[in-house]
Every structure is written in C-alpha cells, then in structure tokens.
Write a protein that binds this ligand. Structure first.
Ligand code: PLP
Length: 409
C-alpha cells in the first residue's frame, strides 16, 4: 500500500500533534539550548494569524532537525517533527524508489547540491577508510550534462574529476570516451570510482543508461560506488516511466538525491538525501559530542519546517494524486513536442520527461527572452529549455508556439 492522501483537517491535526511533542520554549523551563521560537517582535505570532496554519506554526516554533533521524538517537526536543521527517524519507525511499522497508537512511538537506556532496563525501571516506585509498587513487565520473554540483564535489573533496562527453542528439554518454578515460585513469593509478548517474539532467531531462557504463567499469576491474542524481527527476521519472531501474531494487545503486523544491513546489531548503543503511557512518563527525546521536550530515542545524512542508504536500496528494499530476504534465509536454515537430523545429526530449530543449538556431533570442527560456550557456547558447511545470499551462505553451510559428513562416 502506497502513501495515502489526507484531508486538510487530518493534515492540520497531524502537524499540530507533532508540534505538541516538540519543546515549547514559551512554557517549558528549558534554559540550555542555543535556539528559540522566532522573535515575535518581528514575526507575527497572533493566534488568529497562525492558528489554522500548520506550516507557519512550524516556522514560528522553529524546530532544529540537526543530524539524521533514521539512525540511532536524535535530540529529544523535536521528536514530533523528527517523526514527520522519517515519514518523508520512508515515502521517498520505499513508495517512490522501491526500497525494502526500513532499509534506507536519509535526511532533508539544503538542496540537491548538498545531497550530491553528501554522497561523494561518504564514498570518498569509505574508499579511504576501508581500502586505504589515497586521494589521487579516487575519481569522480559523470556525464558532461551533469549538474555543476559534481565539479563542486570533486573540488571540495579533492578527487580527480572526469566529465564524459555526450552525443549532441541523444545526450547519451559516449562510451568510447568513457573507455578512453578509464584507460587513462588506470594508467595513472586510479583504482576507485565514485560514479554519479542522472535521473533527468538539468538542461535536457536526459537519463543516463547505467548498464553499458557498468560493463566498462567491470572490464577495468575498478571498484565503483554509484549515486543517482534525481534532484530534478526524482519526483517525476519514477512515475512517468514504470520500467525505470534507477531505484533501490537495483543493487548497483546505493544512494539517490531528490529535490522537493523543484517539481514538488516545496519551499527552498528541501533537498533529500537517501542512502542504504550502513553507509551514513562514513560521514559521522565524532567530534559533534554535544549533539545527541552525533551528526553525519553536511548541514548541521537545519529547519524542521522544511520536512513538515514536504510531509504536508505528500499528504495532500497521496501517491495516486501525485501520479495523476505527473500524467498531466506528461500530456502537456507531449502536446508541445507535437507542435514543434509539425513546425520542423529541432529539439531534444526524453519521452518520459517534462523538459523540451530547443536548438538555439531555431529560437530567436527575443522570443527566448520574452518567454523566459533558459539557455545552456548565456554567452553562446546552443540550446534553450522549456520546463513544463505546474504553472506552464497549455495556454502559455500555445502563445509560445504561435510566436515561434510566426517567425518561421
Ligand atoms: C540534476 C540536478 N542536480 C542537482 C541540482 C542542484 O540542486 P540545488 O539547486 O537544489 O542545490 C540541480 C538543480 O537544478 C539539478 O537539476
């Protein structure tokens, strides 16, 4: 049974019940914490204003979700909202990404970037601690369409960075290039790979084909840890492609990034990091001795209101409501694709994605600017993308298509 839709009253009562289990700084005699509710001189706490608003009430109570709450102990002051965060992690891992019950740890991160960094940090530490790897024996591999957080991760954790070119039309990794780079890495003594594969890239919505990549890693007898960057596609692709293998049923995959502040329309600060149990320990900072349960996240302190916001959105839709939402976005994107084909405009679209990326030569810059299309490169754009989000209705798409059509004729 997948997660259930709840009525507004149920959502309200679950969140207020969770808040009632957290510390109430106003009435309890707790004087040792370096945290408090929001300052009422600045942030209105009039009962009438927030009484019926569970998310605003959570912001005002200001729970700190420092640490990871799917493992061991956590700070006792925020147990109510920690439980909602655990439910969010379980829904993402089990209902969306097909993990076995209680097999995944995770937390709500600042965003997709942090979740990707967390994965690379964990695997780097694993190779160093368990295999005695030196930094220059580890490489981070990803496609050239990957998000720039990969380059950031390689820089921060001081790993060799290998960005593998993709085919211009299919956006698939060029396997002969991967082969050549693995051969070079082997020659310079690299033995361990952190691989980040995409479940929908930022610019194209393209999805990496893992199987042939894995065959090559095995040929070179390198030890590999694989992370999936689903920051954009994690709440979309598992619903649009029922045959997706980028999930926890796939034994090659140990961790996945999702991002609720994109498709899920949650407030910023709602990335999600998921990893199989047993791996978080490689990011534990033992020195965090004042935090009950220690800390194994990059963030440190983080707002519990973010977890509550995601929980509320999940509860409002339920699994089936979310699935229906994705179906509608798929239909709209199919419509756009059809119009562009009729007009002979060149574009890339993964058939399971709600991104359509048009070749810049086919879109006058004035139209791209007018409709807020995002270029791959602001200096010399080769592509412009349209992202069919909730607010991108057929009416809006039609206006764009008409303008484009008028310049073609
Ligand atoms: C595929 C992908 N990964 C990672 C990120 C980074 O996410 P954030 O901006 O939440 O840190 C993005 C953001 O666009 C993305 O599209």
């Amino acid at each position: 049974m997948k997660w259930k839709k709840r009525s507004d009253d149920e959502i309200k009562s679950c969140v207020f019940n969770a808040l009632s289990q957290n510390i109430n700084y106003k009435v309890e005699n707790v004087i040792g914490l370096p945290g408090s509710h929001l300052d009422e001189r600045v942030f209105s706490q009039e009962v009438g204003f927030i009484h019926d608003a569970p998310y605003l009430s959570t912001l005002v109570q200001n729970p700190n979700h420092i640490g990871c709450h799917t493992i061991g102990d956590s700070e006792s002051y925020f147990t109510g909202t920690h439980e909602l965060e655990r439910e969010v992690i379980a829904i993402c891992a089990e209902d969306i990404l097909k993990a076995k019950p209680d097999s995944i740890d995770g937390y709500v991160s600042a965003g997709g970037t942090e979740a990707n960094l967390q994965a690379v940090w964990i695997y780097r530490n694993y190779f160093m601690r368990e295999k005695g790897a030196k930094l220059d024996e580890i490489a981070l591999i990803c496609s050239s369409d990957s998000h720039y957080s990969m380059a950031k991760a390689a820089n921060m954790f001081q790993l060799n960075y290998c960005s593998i070119p993709v085919d211009f039309n299919t956006r698939h990794i060029e396997l002969h290039e991967l082969d050549a780079q693995l051969s070079q890495l082997k020659q310079v003594g690299v033995k361990y790979l952190v691989v980040v594969a995409n479940m929908m890239t930022t610019m194209f919505g393209s999805v990496d084909d893992l199987e042939p990549m894995i065959d090559l890693f095995q040929e070179y007898e390198m030890e590999v840890k694989i992370h999936i960057d689903g920051a954009y596609g994690g709440f979309y692709y598992p619903f649009s492609n029922e045959h997706s293998t980028l999930n926890f049923e796939n034994e090659w995959i140990d961790s996945i990034t999702l991002d609720a502040h994109k498709m899920v329309q949650a407030p910023y600060g709602t990335g999600i990091f998921l990893i199989r149990k047993g791996w978080m320990q490689y990011a534990t900072t033992k020195e965090a001795s004042y935090v009950l349960g220690e800390d194994c996240t990059i963030s440190g302190s983080r707002s519990g209101a973010n977890a509550v916001a995601i929980w509320m959105i999940f509860a409002k839709y339920g699994f089936h409501g979310w699935f229906e939402k994705i179906l509608i976005l798929q239909k709209r994107t199919d419509w756009l694709e059809k119009q562009l084909k009729v007009e002979g405009i060149r574009f890339y679209r993964n058939k399971y994605a709600n991104i359509v990326t048009i070749e810049a030569v086919d879109v006058p810059k004035a139209i791209a600017d007018k409709f807020g299309l995002v270029p791959d490169n602001h200096e010399q754009p080769k592509w412009y993308k349209i992202v069919v989000m909730d607010h991108v209705t057929l009416e809006k798409l039609e206006l764009f298509v008409e303008e484009l059509y008028n310049v073609q004729v």
